[in-house]
Design a protein around this ligand. Structure first.
Ligand code: TIU
Length: 223
């Protein structure tokens, strides 16, 4: 057992202790990754997210083997939509709005099939699942309490989408004092140039709000 390990990352190597590190998997839900859900209702080609699944699965298996805390998040709302602000419900010109019926149940609603995490990344017993009404995983959730209870200092973050929920969560985490490292190939976006720019923004200016690494480098550091 090595107390301190070094993760290869940009803009600089990141020392970390597995005992105080969590893998946070953002919103790998059918609603974003499969046709007929929220992502497609916004006009997106959801197949653009599928490349992130094998690296995220490999990361999940490595994190479990290294006994990291694994946290899964899901974006979604109460069936009565009481936790969804009108500004979110009314936004844009979607083909179907949040709460509307779709092939995977009501769009972005807790308890519906589309709200589930994809089968490849199904949470195990003992892995907290954080339900979040917003884009950031800290806003209006128990995430801070879950991390504090385990004395977590470093967050290894992956999921979808890079520039929306991953970015918002990392910005929130950075301001709360967590060292946040984003695993680029285990993230995905409907807009490839935003994925690339999103990763570049994090690590620019000396790592202005985090680090960027790869699934291979994280797995090597954990093994
Ligand atoms: N999880 C997440 O990123 N939610 C979004 O709405 N992302 C989009 O890119 N639309």
């Amino acid at each position: 057992f090595r107390m301190h390990r070094i993760l290869t990352a940009e803009p600089s190597p990141l020392p970390f202790d597995p005992a105080s590190t969590a893998l946070v998997i953002i919103d790998m839900q059918r609603d974003f990754l499969e046709p007929g859900g929220f992502g497609e209702s916004l006009g997106n080609d959801v197949s653009l997210l599928s490349a992130a699944v094998p690296p995220a699965k490999a990361l999940l298996l490595a994190a479990r083997a290294a006994r990291l805390l694994v946290v899964h998040t899901r974006e979604g709302h109460r069936p009565d939509l009481s936790d969804a602000p009108p500004s979110k419900l009314e936004r844009g010109e979607p083909t179907a709005r949040i709460g509307a019926p779709g092939p995977m149940g009501r769009i972005l609603i807790r308890g519906e099939p589309g709200h589930d995490i994809i089968p490849e990344l199904k949470p195990q017993d003992g892995e907290p699942v954080i339900d979040k009404p917003g884009k950031g995983a800290f806003y209006a959730t128990e995430l801070a309490e879950v991390l504090q209870a385990r004395n977590i200092a470093t967050l290894i973050v992956c999921g979808v989408t890079t520039e929306v929920c991953v970015h918002t969560t990392v910005r929130e985490g950075n301001d709360r004092g967590y060292r946040c490292v984003v695993v680029g190939d285990a993230c995905g976006s409907y807009i490839p140039e935003f994925h690339a720019a999103g990763l570049a923004m994090i690590k620019a200016q000396g790592g202005i709000f985090g680090w960027v690494s790869t699934s291979d480098d994280v797995i090597a550091a954990l093994s």
